[in-house]
Design a protein around this ligand. Sequence first.
Ligand code: CIZ
Length: 438
Amino acid sequence: MSSVNTAIQLITREQAEKAATAGKAAGSTCSPDLARGPWDYDLAEALAGTPAYGPGASIADVAPAATPRQGQLPDKYKNAGDAELDTWIRAAKAELGERAVILGHFYQRDEVIQYADFVGDSFQLANAALTKPDAEAIIFCGVHFMAETADILSTPEQAVILPNLAAGCSMADMADADSVEDCWEQLTEIFGTGPDADGRVPVIPVTYMNSSAALKAFCGRNGGVVCTSSNARTVLEEAFERGQRVLFFPDQHLGRNTAKALGIPLEQMPMWNPRKDLGGNDEQALLDSRVILWHGFCSVHKRFNVAQIDKARADFPGVNVIVHPECPMEVVDAADSAGSTDFIKKAIAAATEPTTFAIGTEINMVNRLAAEYPQHTIFCLDPVICPCSTMYRIHPGYLAWVLEELVAGRIVNRITVDSGVQADAKVALERMLAAKPK
Ligand code: CIZ
């Protein structure tokens, strides 16, 4: 199976040849711009003066003005062919040896993953870096919040590098520290701060790993905790032991799916829209709530729908549908199971008989699983190739650049989290690690 990148190049070439034909054929990409180098978007942002997520699933999401931007990649790397970049990356890696470790997220393109020393989800990767205490540089081929987490968990001597600073996360950007502080103030006015007769405080803030370090620190300071998609249930159960209700951000879907699985009725899960007073709720709805859901979402997982599941079941009787809990509730309810990237990977690895799997998560990961397990039929529920816009911003050109700079003794694109923020964020991460399944 060809990589997502190669498929996009082929499709867009074909589409250009058939430019006269309107409409999208099944199997087309969500944007012909995906065939271009990410540096075109770095330049477009510089010219427009405003950041944007670029082509892919988040193209329509609004990037906050303060979103980090990438300066221009030197022409040498933009103009190089695949073979040249491969030679440079391998040579730099060999020269750096143990001094550098390359981490590749499951959602990253194969053209980058091939150079990764570790491949995994964000938390697995941050932990993998801990096994390399002698590495001076941790090159995170993922997105901004992941690099921040790696910086929080690594030693001060280690430099965490994000090859393209514009590789953010639109979902993480949907909850900024000011809006969350503002929400917290409004909630405190309604609920006060005093515990109930059982010693439970009014609200426990819970942030998904996919959030800025500032929000993890907010949770650390306010009795809150971080969760990942693999431990969200455990974290919520623990939060309900200490608190009467939870404020969950930024992903409404992970919050809703997890709380629903715990038996919390939908009526007790109001949504908080940060642009509205009281998040768009009346006071009683907040007083009656168990989980207040932030109005955030992942634009990759929002693309999955029940019609796609119905079609997969009609086309492949007996298909096993597994989706990520960032998908909307109806999709999770219609699937056979839902779980984190690691859950999906393990479910496929555990299948002993040839099986057809329809998967609802990012296309690069689904295609890699399909290539890794040829005994199974594995496909993405979404027929349109639409990768994560921000993972797409990392390309072998940037990886070659940051590595060659390291060889020359220069650190570029370092992600540094302020020491105070680190300390508070660590508290929230440690609470997550201390939470044990019931
Ligand atoms: O934590 C991660 O890496 C993400 C984005 C999701 C997951 O399920 O692993």
